[in-house]
Ligand binder design. Structure first.
Ligand code: SF4
Length: 189
């Protein structure tokens, strides 16, 4: 839910929208059964309320229709692979969103690849230069040990934001500079 609410908004507004949603509706079943205008109003502080309302309601109904109850124990006993397939079958959910939900909300070993992770992975030569984000995610998923996924994901995002920026990466200050082939880097500082 937080992943949908975080689309095209700040973390602060995402959290406000989530808090408003939980205040307005007692249960996730209530959210799944809510009229779209009421749902959109409840999350309007996160922006794109009507669009996100459609997505959230469809996701919850999809989960419920797959036989998973919408309560706190919803996914407890569902195997990782089944959860992955369930999430990917939901409208508007791609590999990145599914992996975020699994890693951050359900503590399952999945590796999300966002724009920072993707860029850094290519520059470091961890994946072929023309790899798309989905292929990069599959490569990390296959090769990174389960208990290192969270830390590596967070560290690559931080490195991409603070050092290996999209424009003019700070290669001269980078701790990886002696190891990095700097694939595709044309200007740096
Ligand atoms: S050396 Fe430059 S391109 Fe390579 S990881 Fe560091 S900042 Fe990025």
């Amino acid at each position: 839910m937080l992943t949908v609410l975080s689309q095209h908004t700040s973390d602060t507004n995402r959290d406000r929208a989530y808090a408003d949603l939980r205040r307005r509706f007692d249960t996730w079943d209530d959210v799944a059964d809510a009229p779209l205008p009421a749902l959109a109003r409840a999350i309007r502080r996160g922006g794109l309320g009507p669009t996100k309302a459609v997505r959230i309601r469809a996701m919850l109904r999809g989960i419920r229709e797959s036989g998973v109850p919408l309560d706190e124990r919803a996914f407890t006993n569902v195997p990782d692979r089944d959860l992955w397939n369930t999430l990917l079958a939901l409208p508007g959910v791609g590999p990145k969103t599914a992996a975020c939900v699994l890693l951050f909300s359900l503590d399952r070993p999945y590796f999300p690849v966002d724009t920072h992770v993707h860029r850094v992975a290519i520059r470091l030569g961890l994946v072929p230069p023309r790899s798309g984000a989905v292929a990069t995610q599959a490569a990390f998923q296959e090769t990174v040990p389960d208990d290192e996924m969270y830390a590596l994901h967070m560290n690559l995002i931080r490195h991409g934001r603070e050092v290996c920026a999209a424009q003019r990466p700070r290669c001269s200050e980078c701790v990886l500079r002696d190891l990095c082939p700097r694939i595709g880097v044309t200007s740096s500082r």
